[in-house]
Design a binder for this molecule. Structure first.
Ligand code: SAH
Length: 231
């Protein structure tokens, strides 16, 4: 079940989240009400390391454990909006990281399955979901480029790390009518691509703009060895 919020949750640093939504999302192209509500509600400061908490509502990505990053708020909102979620949707996320984007999606869909390759990040994310009372997010450690076969098909798939190509495993695990959002390009810069699987099973691809994500490392992503110098 999606989380119910009580007033205490909403008050903590709410003014900063209102400022974030006003200055970083509204003026840009974030118009989806469910996305805006989620961004107002989820306490981003609880998803970053303690010494970064004061910057939690700034217009920027921040470093998290294991040399990874929590994405810029606007990019999280853009991806969440691009998924065109319905309340009944089952979602797969690749790259749990801090857990922030999964928390954002949690109130917009029925169930979120999220995969992270770093144990430590999966561990902290699980702890956060528990503390924050999210009952509809399941975290697994593993190679997300292979998807999560047992739980497929998914109405929406979000990849929050940048890969060289669209993994065919993820296309295969996308439901008819499903949407896959994934950054594709080189390790420095990517295009945010949305793939829609139409009712006839055809794939429609759109470019949503330039982005910069940490590398997607795995069987259908970049190889781990070549990435040593980047982590
Ligand atoms: N959604 C995250 C963003 C984290 S950055 C957030 O809101 O904080 C992307 C994450 O993808 C990193 O934590 C990285 O370890 C993870 N990652 C990279 N390749 C992966 C793979 N093949 N499977 C699962 N996770 C992967």
């Amino acid at each position: 079940m999606a989380k119910d919020y009580n007033k205490g949750d909403l008050d903590e640093r709410l003014a900063e989240r209102e400022w974030m939504v006003q200055t970083q999302l509204m003026g840009r192209d974030i118009t989806n009400e469910a996305v805006v509500n989620s961004m107002l509600i989820v306490p981003r400061h609880k998803y970053v390391m303690e010494d970064k908490q004061e910057y939690a509502y700034y217009d920027t990505a921040l470093e998290i454990e294991a040399g990874q990053t929590i994405s810029q708020p606007y990019i999280v909102a853009l991806m969440a909006q691009a998924l065109e979620l319905k309340a009944s949707d089952k979602v797969l996320e690749i790259g749990t990281g801090s857990g922030y984007s999964a928390a954002i999606l949690s109130s917009m869909a029925a169930y979120i399955y999220t995969i992270e390759r770093h144990d430590i990040l999966a561990h902290f994310a699980k702890e956060r979901f528990q503390n924050e009372g999210y009952g509809n997010i399941e975290v697994r450690v593993g190679d997300g480029t292979l998807g999560w076969t047992e739980k497929a098909p998914f109405d929406a798939i979000l990849v929050t790390a940048g890969g060289p190509v669209i993994p065919d495993s993820l296309i295969n695990q996308l439901a008819i009518g499903g949407r896959l959002v994934i950054p594709i390009g080189d390790k420095g810069e990517q295009k945010l691509i949305r793939v829609k699987k139409t009712s006839t099973g055809e794939l429609k691809e759109e470019n949503l703009g330039q982005v910069r994500f940490v590398p997607l490392i795995g069987t259908k992503g970049w190889s781990e060895l070549n990435n040593m110098n980047l982590e």
